[in-house]
Write a protein that binds this ligand. Structure first.
Ligand SMILES: [Fe+2]
Length: 253
């Protein structure tokens, strides 16, 4: 029997993620047919994975965990090419709006339901209206203007174990928020390349700003109506991520 048939599904996913993302992480990635073919095959593998494949199960109803972190992470593997692990969200938990600079990502729900709200960074020049701090409600302090950026809402959707993976690229869906819906949830997460704060791939957190009135943009072109101002913020106090052991099949890459 070929060795590959003995591999667990998560091992196949890891091996395929390594092959897919090696030497393929650039902003021109959408033009690369080999990458797209590999990514489609990886998506097909991810679509099959279930919590039981990783020996993970939803927490029992009624279990109280008020002193634990709202989100925990099970590390599975990491190379220079990609990292893979499982995020577990408690009931009502959120991973706040954050980015993955220069990175690709694939997210597959294992149990529960999550709502994912995605934004793309806008490549348009800053709007002169932002020079006026009173555009925002509440008004910004002058030093906050340096932390402003424009983005475009890309998609909002709910995902369960039966959904296809949510895919992000360096330019598409790259900024996102993930909320547990109607109970605890868990998802498998692949990031390529991994976060690397020393290499310029650090995570940033954002807050959606409310502008004062819809008419503020009336002199701007129509495409700006959809744009949203984001303010970079420190990691929100209500969010922190603990760790817990990964109980599933061993993975080597
Ligand atoms: Fe993320």
């Amino acid at each position: 029997m070929p060795r590959d048939n003995k591999s667990s599904l998560i091992q196949k996913i890891a091996s395929h993620a390594y092959a897919t993302f090696t030497n393929c992480c650039s902003s021109a990635i959408g033009e690369n047919k080999v990458f797209l073919d590999n990514q489609a095959a990886l998506t097909a593998l991810l679509t099959q994975i279930r919590a039981a494949d990783l020996k993970i199960a939803p927490p029992k109803k009624g279990s109280k965990s008020t002193h634990n972190p709202p989100v925990t992470y099970m590390h599975i593997c990491e190379t220079d090419t990609f990292s893979m692990g499982v995020f577990l969200l408690k009931r009502g938990a959120s991973i706040p709006l954050h980015d993955h600079p220069g990175m690709n990502g694939m997210l597959k729900v294992l149990y529960g339901k999550v709502k994912i709200m995605c934004f793309d960074k806008s490549d348009k020049p800053p709007d002169p209206a932002a020079e006026n701090e009173t555009l925002f409600d509440p008004p910004l302090s002058p030093f906050q203007k340096d932390a402003l950026s424009l983005s475009v809402p890309r998609s909002t959707g709910e995902f369960t174990q039966h959904s296809d993976p949510c895919v992000l690229t360096p330019v598409k869906n790259n900024i996102h928020q993930i909320d547990a819906v109607d109970g605890p949830a868990a998802f498998l997460d692949i990031l390529a390349p991994p976060y690397d704060p020393d290499g310029g791939r650090d995570c940033h957190y954002y807050k959606v700003l409310q502008t004062v009135g819809k008419n503020v943009d009336k002199e701007c072109d129509q495409s700006r109506v959809e744009e949203t101002w984001l303010l970079e913020i420190p990691q929100p106090d209500e969010f922190w991520c603990g760790g817990e052991p990964y109980p599933g099949p061993p993975v080597s890459v």
